[in-house]
Unconditional design. Structure first.
Ligand code: APR
Length: 308
């Protein structure tokens, strides 16, 4: 029998992820949404690409959580978009409600699954999923760092005219304005970027990375990024499904690592079939450490707004 992945939320991020997963051909996929018929329609459409592209993935669209039963991985992308006039705190509360409900339901049907949270504000939502699920921290992860790092790598590769594959980088911290792109550890084929790019340009690229999501929101006019976000989730799912043990920046529940306690913050993590297999502690300099602490404080504030 094939393994099973559920994606909750059949919006832009969710349905693009389902398309990417279907093309992987290593698990059947269930796509859940509260909107009637829509996930069913998208599922059919995605599956009908199978004969052309050569995959046999069964894709099921549903409005019934019973169809998600026995999932190995559940990705939560359901959420409310920020509307004009809504404060950040309003958005937190609205999405807190959605992520709580969703977590309760998926856990009922898939008590052994690994949850990957994508809904924003990411770190706070992962915290909710952990609390409501009652899962150990190994089985609740948040996707943000892979995306932020991908943006950073894209800009670096463009700057030096290199292949993105040769650019290694880390972006740590919460998924927001306070994220910490670790320029000091960024290399192009092993060469530190400080030898290739001026400090001023590096600072500009770091800032563009921090504003990466907003730049796209502004260009789109309505909605937010989904191609790179879905690809970033896919990398995490790959590492779990294929037990690749890749190290990538993920939002994980820290219990003392980096001197951060009981909070989801983005750090390098080893991801395998058990979910979080190891938090990688890299030595930070005082300025990086200070930035990471500041970023963790911003997450703490959101968690405080949610009252958990
Ligand atoms: N249960 C299931 N699905 C829900 C629920 C719920 N309680 N509430 C809303 N949804 C669904 C909506 O019907 C919609 O189809 O979630 C989907 C969200 O999709 P989009 O609005 O297209 O948002 P998207 O661009 O996919 O982003 C989803 O990921 O990157 C983050 O910030 C982004 O939080 C946002 C999330």
């Amino acid at each position: 029998m094939r393994r099973k992945i559920t994606v909750v939320g059949a919006g832009f991020v969710g349905s693009t992820l389902v398309q990417r997963l279907a093309e992987r051909d290593y698990a059947d996929v269930v796509m859940f949404d509260i909107v009637p018929n829509m996930p069913q329609g998208k599922a059919l459409d995605i599956m009908q690409a199978g004969p052309v592209l050569g995959f046999d993935t069964q894709v099921t669209g549903t409005n019934d959580y019973a169809d998600t039963v026995g999932s190995d991985i559940v990705v939560i992308t359901s959420g409310f978009p920020r509307k004009p006039g809504m404060t950040r705190d309003d958005l937190v509360k609205k999405n807190q409600e959605i992520v709580s409900q969703v977590t309760e339901q998926v856990v009922k049907y898939s008590p052994d699954c690994i949850i990957i949270c994508v809904t924003n504000p990411l770190d706070a939502m992962a915290q909710i999923a952990l609390k409501v699920s009652g899962f150990p921290r190994e089985r609740v992860l948040g996707m943000a760092g892979v995306l932020d790092t991908a943006r950073f790598r894209t800009f670096i590769a463009q700057e030096v005219g290199a292949s993105v594959r040769d650019v290694q980088a880390y972006v740590l911290g919460g998924h927001g304005d306070t994220m910490v792109p670790l320029a000091r550890m960024c290399t192009v084929a092993g060469v530190p970027i400080s030898q290739l790019i001026s400090p001023e340009r590096i600072e500009e690229i770091v800032q563009r990375t921090r504003d990466g999501g907003a730049e796209i929101v502004k260009l789109l006019g309505t909605g937010s990024a989904y191609y790179a976000p879905s690809a970033s989730v896919l990398q995490m799912v790959d590492s779990i499904m294929l037990d690749k043990k890749m190290i990538m920046p993920c939002a994980v529940y820290l219990q003392g690592e980096y001197d951060i306690h009981d909070l989801f913050v983005g750090v390098p993590a080893q991801i395998g079939s058990k979910g979080l297999e190891k938090v990688i502690e890299i030595e930070l300099n005082p300025s990086e450490r200070e930035q990471l602490t500041k970023s963790a404080d911003a997450v703490k504030e959101l968690v405080h707004v949610m009252g958990i």
